[in-house]
Design a binder for this molecule. Structure first.
Ligand code: DC
Length: 231
């Protein structure tokens, strides 16, 4: 160092994509907390806009109706990994966005290009404003939202492992039914025309099937640290 000052870490942008049940949220939150970075759950944003559409009686079978109101709700996401928060028009929706009804409808809403354009803009502005850097988790972060991210991770796991984890989170929901619902949602998310769930060409794929959450976190923390060290 020319003046002897400690080097200041450059903000690091980490994109973590993958289907549901791969441990994306738990991993992303823990990595952000451990490294002092902000955290953004983009699935929560799509769930929040879906919750607003359901609450306002929008016909979710009709993409034109969804597109027409995509700009109406004001969605505000907190970026503290210790206390992820989300509001719609000032209402705390952290609980209501996790209901079965929202989960079953979110793929239809998030496939509408006007919805994606709106939410993508919010995501980019939050990422740009994160002073220390940010971990952003979703489906299209490395491919579309932040294609210049410093590090891109794509998490995978077998359908059985994903269903077992999700039914555990849902407090003992039927594993076979959860597996079917997951496969259906992944197929919808992967086959939509606008920015589908996909692995970026330069993403590091981590198969979490045989790994504990602690091992996945350690693996991603190491990858971020190596990136920061310029390896
Ligand atoms: O991660 P999650 O299960 O909470 O995401 C809910 C839905 O949101 C998911 O089925 C697809 C959609 N989604 C998306 O289309 N793009 C993202 N970046 C994140 C989520």
């Amino acid at each position: 160092m020319e003046n002897g000052a400690a080097p200041t870490a450059k903000p690091v942008i980490v994109a973590i994509d993958g289907p549901s049940g791969t441990g994306k949220s738990s991993t992303s939150k823990a990595v952000a907390a451990q490294l002092g970075l902000s955290y953004l759950d983009t699935g929560a944003q799509y769930r929040a806009i879906t919750w607003w559409m359901v609450t306002n009686g929008i016909d979710l079978e009709d993409p034109t109706a969804i597109a027409a109101v995509a700009g109406k709700p004001e969605i505000v996401s907190g970026t503290d990994p210790a206390a992820p928060a989300i509001t719609v028009d000032g209402v705390d929706v952290a609980g209501p966005i996790r209901t079965q009804e929202v989960t079953s409808k979110v793929s239809a809403v998030s496939a509408v290009p006007e919805v994606r354009a709106r939410i993508t803009e919010l995501q980019r502005s939050l990422a740009a404003g994160a002073a220390n850097g940010i971990v952003v988790e979703g489906r299209d972060i490395g491919t579309t939202v932040l294609p210049d991210a410093d590090l891109k991770i794509f998490l995978t796991a077998s359908p059985e492992a994903r269903a077992a984890r999700r039914s555990g989170e849902l407090k003992g929901a039927d594993v076979a039914a959860t597996r079917e619902a997951l496969i259906k949602r992944d197929a919808a998310d992967s086959s939509r025309k606008t920015s589908p769930l996909a692995k970026a060409g330069d993403a590091v794929e981590v198969d979490t099937t045989e790994l504990t959450l602690a091992q996945v976190i350690e693996c991603v923390v190491t990858l971020v640290e190596e990136k920061r060290a310029g390896k």
